[in-house]
Design a protein around this ligand. Structure first.
Ligand code: NAP
Length: 304
């Protein structure tokens, strides 16, 4: 156990912050953790279940004396938070974030960071469809990737320490530039979420006609879309508003492929469909081989 930071301050106390706090505790990586959240309700829950050692009523108070500040709010809220904490940051402190989009966060936060404070944006590629302070757990980041998108002149020691922190929380770390991160995530996360939202929206319209058959027979595939489509609406609204270009680019390609498959179905082109599905099956195999999902049937769900 190596203590990497004396005081870690979380701004926002939802799924990601509470998981980080549990993981920091598990790894003995910080002497103390403090935090704050926007609403009194969340702050009270955080105090009740003792996610962190101390909960402050304002972000300005929470960051005082912290050598690591982690912004764990929706992407659209980052700028206001950065503006509020800036005058209270300790010289030499590191500020990082966990936002799902990186260039927009850099544009929102970097201009507010005082001289002598190291801003190193980050994004753990781990999550669930649950939100709030009660939803966190220490294992969330185990064997998942965390992408850091440091600027060119970033302080090497500050970066190395933050990388060590993520590894201590169980994650693997990669460095990337922010635009590339946003494109990669548009393919692997953002567009799939939009497709899931759409599919569930369509089925919801059908449900009125078919009298709940969609729900009853959901195990045939629809159920897995519903898990993704249950993700936090504020977070995902902000993702699409701030990763607009990359998402639109991937959606354009998706639409073209969908039309090609639609034509193959109409023309009875079984060979095209079979080849396509063979290729996609191989992608699933490589995700399992990379340890990013289980090979158990039905994702290892236990039958009730
Ligand atoms: P969450 O569980 O919904 O928690 C969000 C926290 O931010 C709450 O404490 C909330 O306060 C606070 N907040 C919301 N709007 C705010 C505002 N306008 N101003 C100040 N604070 C505000 O969210 P999360 O899943 O931890 O996500 C946090 C960040 O991690 C987001 O940027 C998201 O993109 C990123 N992320 C999420 C996932 C995922 O799968 N969930 C994965 C990787 C990264 P109240 O509770 O008081 O409302």
């Amino acid at each position: 156990m190596t203590v990497l930071y004396q005081r870690v301050a979380f701004i926002g106390l939802g799924l990601i912050a509470s998981s980080m706090a549990h993981a920091l505790r598990r790894g003995g990586l910080a002497s103390e953790c403090v935090g704050t959240a926007r609403s009194a309700e969340t702050r009270d829950i955080a105090r009740d279940i003792a996610i962190v050692d101390r909960v402050y009523d304002t972000a300005a108070d929470a960051v005082k004396g912290a050598d690591l500040v982690v912004l764990c709010v929706p992407v659209g809220a980052m700028e206001d938070v950065a503006r509020e904490i800036a005058p209270h940051l300790q010289p030499g402190a590191t500020v990082t974030d966990v936002g799902s989009v990186k260039q927009a966060v850099i544009d929102a936060v970097a201009p507010h960071m005082p001289e002598g404070v190291h801003f190193i944006p980050g994004h753990p590629l781990a999550g669930t469809e649950h939100s709030g302070p009660r939803s966190g757990f220490a294992e969330l980041f185990d064997n998942r990737w965390c992408i850091l998108t440091p600027s060119e002149g970033c302080d090497a020691d500050a970066l190395a320490r933050l990388e060590q922190l993520w590894r201590g929380m169980g994650a693997n770390v990669d460095l990337m530039d922010a635009p590339h991160h946003d494109l990669v995530l548009a393919v692997t996360s953002h567009t799939p979420h939009l497709i899931a939202y759409t599919m569930v929206g369509v089925a919801d319209d059908l449900r009125r006609v078919t009298d709940s058959e969609v729900i009853k027979y959901s195990a045939a595939g629809f159920r897995d879309f519903t898990r993704i489509a249950a993700s936090d609406p504020t977070m995902w609204r902000d993702v699409f508003l701030t990763n607009k270009e990359a998402t639109l680019e991937i959606l354009g390609r998706f639409t073209e492929e969908l039309f090609a498959l639609q034509r193959a179905i109409r023309q009875g082109d079984g060979a095209l469909l079979h080849d396509y599905f063979t290729r996609t099956r191989a992608i699933r195999r490589s995700i399992i081989d990379a340890g990013q999902d289980t090979d158990a049937p039905d994702f290892g769900r236990v039958r009730q």
